[in-house]
Write a protein that binds this ligand. Structure first.
Ligand SMILES: NC(=O)c1ccc[n+]([C@@H]2O[C@H](COP(=O)([O-])OP(=O)(O)OC[C@H]3O[C@@H](n4cnc5c(N)ncnc54)[C@H](OP(=O)(O)O)[C@@H]3O)[C@@H](O)[C@H]2O)c1
Length: 184
């Protein structure tokens, strides 16, 4: 059994988008209840694993332990207050032995290609918040499979996860949360 637990976190639109056509998170996908819940998860994490674009778009103001995926590095290196890792040639466990040797919770905030990677290696949980009634045409999907017609739910199920009952995260703003867990 792995010494790390991998939890994905995303807020999506009805059409399963995490960002707009410009690659940025639209205001329509920002919600205080979701943000607070996400920040609490980051506070509990041994490491946050994210893509280069998300890392650059969201400066690490709290100095958390970040592992940034990029094809622009070789292996795993320390740069500008973060660990940078290229999965091509360096397995996840080897990177984590360096970035978070104590083990524990690895929170994965994406984006798309990072979620694709962990869908293959195996999420233990995926916390999928949804801004109900919002669409982001032409935006960045949460998983690449969405571009070929699958839903986020189908991608998560194919990744070996099963959904808890959805809960209202922020009823006034119509934001729901479904926690998906690794099938026993
Ligand atoms: N709504 C949400 O919950 C949510 C979630 C996540 C992100 N976002 C937003 O979405 C935007 C960014 O998301 P994104 O999907 O466009 O980009 P991203 O995942 O943040 O970054 C993509 C970059 O990460 C690197 N990367 C990812 N997977 C890799 C792999 N397997 N091997 C090597 N490098 C890999 C590559 O960097 P190189 O080009 O250096 O190779 C790639 O160009 C941001 O605005 C962010 O805030 C929103």
């Amino acid at each position: 059994m792995s010494r790390w637990a991998f939890h994905g976190h995303a807020i999506v639109s009805d059409d399963d988008r995490i960002a707009g056509p410009d690659g940025l998170t639209p205001e329509s996908l920002r919600n205080d209840a979701d943000w607070g819940r996400f920040q609490a998860a980051l506070d509990a994490a041994a490491v946050t694993i994210l893509g280069r674009l998300g890392h650059e778009a969201n400066p690490n103001v709290r100095g958390r332990n970040r592992l940034v995926l990029s094809s622009g590095v070789r292996g795993i290196i320390r740069r500008d207050g973060a660990w940078w890792w290229n999965p091509a040639g360096t397995p996840l466990a080897d990177a984590l032995e360096i970035a978070a040797p104590q083990g524990g919770l690895a929170v994965v905030p994406g984006g798309r290609l990072v979620f694709d990677y962990f869908l293959k290696t195996g999420f233990d949980q995926f916390h999928l918040a949804r801004a109900e009634g919002i669409r982001v045409p032409g935006g960045v999907p949460v998983f690449s499979g969405i571009s070929s017609g699958s839903s986020a739910a189908e991608c998560l199920a194919a990744g070996g996860l099963v959904a808890d009952a959805p809960e209202a995260l922020d009823p006034a703003a119509n934001v729901s949360l479904t926690v998906w867990r690794r099938r026993a």
